[in-house]
Design a protein around this ligand. Structure first.
Ligand code: MG
Length: 380
């Protein structure tokens, strides 16, 4: 089998990507990058990538230069066998090495890689987790992944809404968090009181706030009495020493990694950053090929992995397959944002049942892309 085309499709929803002003849900991403890989056997694979899709499209479509170092990713992939995901990954990494390695290039590579795993599954009739080599579970406990609300009352209303939907774990991220340390404590306290002792409350403190490691320790200690399951993403993503400083001084699990990429990056985050929970976004870390290596490396170092996923049911599905592969799975991150791009792209939407989501059993990622949704939201 040979790859015949790679398309980066830009989707746009009317709503802006903004933090909630009250108890309402965020609309989520305004633009979504959809990658479609076609083959000479008529099988197509899909991925959605959390990136800047207009830039991603340029990285895919850049013309051939003859350098084998500044090449567009589409040209690098065309003609290759989608079953040889390791070989293709290395070719794309080296072929984009002077403008790539991190950021948008690795994100487009991630999309192409995920789409190839989707193709491998569709061609063999097997779900991706079987191709990864393990299916330890057929359902994964989901956490509602949402943004901080600005007041304790709004936090309580939001918690009630997720409990009504059946979630047993809720993560609140950034928004107003980090602007007023006293308010931060009140918001987490309100979430814990409303959720009760049996529901996990997770805190994504957000990298947008400038914190020294000392200030980060103060922040984590200020909310530890409310027993957050983890505190996430609170240092600048390049500050591995800062993460290690905090991890050595707090009781709560430290989680990070949504901006990290490649196995080399995660090796540093785990060994130098001493994070307890590595959070590769499969659409940014280098795809399923790299996510598998991260899972294996974290196992070797006895740390947890919980994929980051805040996009459509396509990325959620990729995360479900990685969760199935992990010997120990913590949660599935489930994006509850209200915008249509999170919900409408798949004809067989993912459903929450008693706080869990089933690992898809169909071929490939196990999601059916709805062509009408692509046509409706496509802008480039
Ligand atoms: Mg996060």
């Amino acid at each position: 089998m040979k790859i015949t085309d790679v398309e980066v499709i830009v989707l746009e929803q009317p709503q802006a990507y903004a933090a909630p002003k009250g108890s309402e849900e965020s609309a989520g991403v305004k633009f979504l990058c959809l990658v479609r890989v076609s083959t000479d056997e008529g099988i197509t694979g899909y991925a959605d990538v959390e990136t800047q899709p207009h830039v991603a499209k340029a990285a895919a479509e850049a013309p051939y230069s003859g350098s084998d170092a500044f090449e567009g990713l589409r040209n690098l992939a065309i003609g290759e066998d989608p079953f040889e995901t390791e070989k293709l990954w290395d070719k794309m990494y080296r072929g984009s090495i002077y403008y790539g390695r991190r950021g948008v290039a690795i994100q487009v590579m991630s999309g192409i890689d995920i789409a190839c795993w989707d193709i491998k599954g569709k061609a063999t009739g097997l779900p991706v987790y079987k191709l990864l080599g393990a299916g330890y579970r057929d359902k994964v406990r989901a956490y509602a992944s949402t943004l901080f609300r600005p007041t304790p009352d709004d936090m309580r209303r939001a918690v009630d809404y997720y409990l009504e939907r059946g979630f047993t774990a809720i993560k609140f991220g950034w928004g107003v968090f980090g602007q007023d340390p006293k308010l931060d404590v009140q918001l987490v306290k309100a979430a814990r009181e409303q959720a009760g002792p049996d529901v996990e409350v997770l805190v994504d403190a957000g990298w947008k706030v400038h914190r020294t490691p000392f200030e980060a320790v103060e922040m984590v200690r200020s909310i530890e009495e409310f027993e957050p399951y983890w505190v996430e993403d609170f240092m600048h993503p390049e500050d591995y020493a800062g993460y290690a400083y905090v991890s050595d001084r707090v009781e709560t699990r430290v989680a990070a990694g949504e901006q990290e990429a490649t196995i080399w990056g995660f090796e540093r985050l785990i060994d130098e950053g001493k994070v307890d929970v590595a959070q590769p976004d499969i659409s940014r870390c280098g795809g399923l090929t790299v996510a598998k290596k991260i899972a294996d490396y974290a196992e070797l170092r006895n740390r947890s992995v919980c994929p980051h996923a805040w996009l459509s049911d396509i990325l959620t599905s990729a995360s479900l397959h990685v969760n199935a592969y992990l010997k120990k799975s913590l949660f599935l991150e489930y994006n509850v944002s209200s915008g249509p791009l999170a919900r409408d792209l798949c004809a067989n939407p993912i459903e929450l049942k008693d706080g869990y989501i089933d690992v898809p059993q169909g071929p490939g990622l196990g999601v059916e892309i709805d062509p009408a949704a692509i046509a409706k939201y496509r802008v480039a």
